[in-house]
Design a protein around this ligand. Structure first.
Ligand code: MN
Length: 335
């Protein structure tokens, strides 16, 4: 096995390496409602950092670890919920795959004191860290961790490779998006060589739906609306649908992809009610060929990538739909 090559050799990881070496305690955190990239990156970096064996590394996500990613090694180590106000503060907080500090879901006081390291690949990242390694050339934050491990001289093992593989599998829509460059496939080869198992991982991530997950899928697809002369497809999950199906937000993962999969659709829109706050809606966008949905979401106060993005809006469903419709139609008007 030849030594893995970095995806990008011009990224300066030294500030991260120095901060980590000097820290007595480090917390790794990812965004609310974490996805495969956030969790996979977190598990891979955790495994590398604990290799020193001194127990100073911990993980804390407001929303824990989704069931489909809980097979990854160390996922049971993640503490969830609000940060206990009486807990000692770490020296360093590493935020992974998160475009804005508010998306970490932690109180402002939590960030007073520790050095905040922001490692992310969202073009819309607000550069909220003391140290920001933000690079939208990367297909996933997991791929950034791949390069960081090489910079740290940490070899791959099964745990690290599996985390980075899950991160990249999910953020490239199974190695299908334009971000899947030759270098990404070379990285994938290194990951599989180091012990990441493509089919068992796919079974965990894509072939382990709950029955209520199937029910919410049919209920959600029943709401399908075609707009913009068939170039946008819209699906919804309301409180009522959550109640009827007994499903939860994790079960809505991937439903928007069915809307995008329709021939001729350029923008897919998924609007779901917030689990906690009434009249607040999470809006997700997926783009196919021409529309940059990251820019579209940015217009509505959110952010993301060219093919996948989102925002949060408040109001009735009709009000939210009307606001989103204006932005979607505008984004399609030049094509
Ligand atoms: Mn990501």
């Amino acid at each position: 096995m030849s030594a893995p090559m970095t995806l990008f050799s011009d990224v300066n990881w030294q500030p991260v390496i120095d901060a980590v070496r000097q820290a007595r305690s480090i917390v790794l955190i990812t965004h609310c409602n974490p996805d495969g990239d956030g969790i996979g990156s977190q598990m891979a970096l955790y495994d590398a950092l604990i290799a020193a064996g001194d127990g100073r590394i911990s993980m804390h996500n407001r929303d824990g670890v989704p069931r489909i990613y809980s097979f990854l090694e160390h996922s049971e180590q993640v503490q969830m919920g609000d940060w206990p106000s009486d807990a000692a503060k770490p020296d360093v907080i590493i935020a992974l795959d998160c475009g804005a500090r508010g998306r970490l879901g932690m109180p402002d006081e939590w960030f007073e004191g520790p050095t905040l390291i922001n490692i992310d690949h969202h073009a819309s990242n607000r550069l909220f860290g003391d140290i920001n390694i933000v690079d939208a050339r990367y297909c996933s934050t997991g791929a950034m961790i791949f390069d960081l491990l090489i910079a740290m001289n940490m070899p791959l093992n099964k745990a690290r490779a599996s985390g980075i593989y899950v991160a990249t599998l999910t953020d490239t829509a199974s190695f299908r998006l334009a971000s899947t460059t030759p270098a990404v496939y070379r990285m994938a080869a290194d990951l599989v060589e180091a012990g990441a198992e493509p089919w068992p991982i796919s079974v965990q991530v894509y072939e382990s739906r709950s029955l209520s997950g199937l029910h919410i899928m049919t209920a959600c697809l029943d709401t399908l609306e075609m707009r913009d002369d068939g170039r946008s497809a819209w699906v919804y999950v309301t409180d009522d649908i959550y109640r009827k199906t007994g499903a939860d937000v994790e079960d809505t993962e991937g439903l928007i992809d069915y809307a995008r999969s329709i021939d001729g659709v350029e923008v897919a829109v998924f609007i779901r009610s917030d689990e906690v706050v009434a009249e607040r809606w999470k809006v997700s966008f997926r783009g196919k060929t021409c529309v940059n949905v990251g820019a579209l979401a940015g217009e509505l106060g959110g952010g993301g990538h060219v093919h996948a993005a989102g925002c949060q809006l408040t109001g009735t469903l009709d009000e939210v739909r009307a606001r989103v419709q204006v932005a979607v139609s505008r984004s399609l008007s030049s094509f």
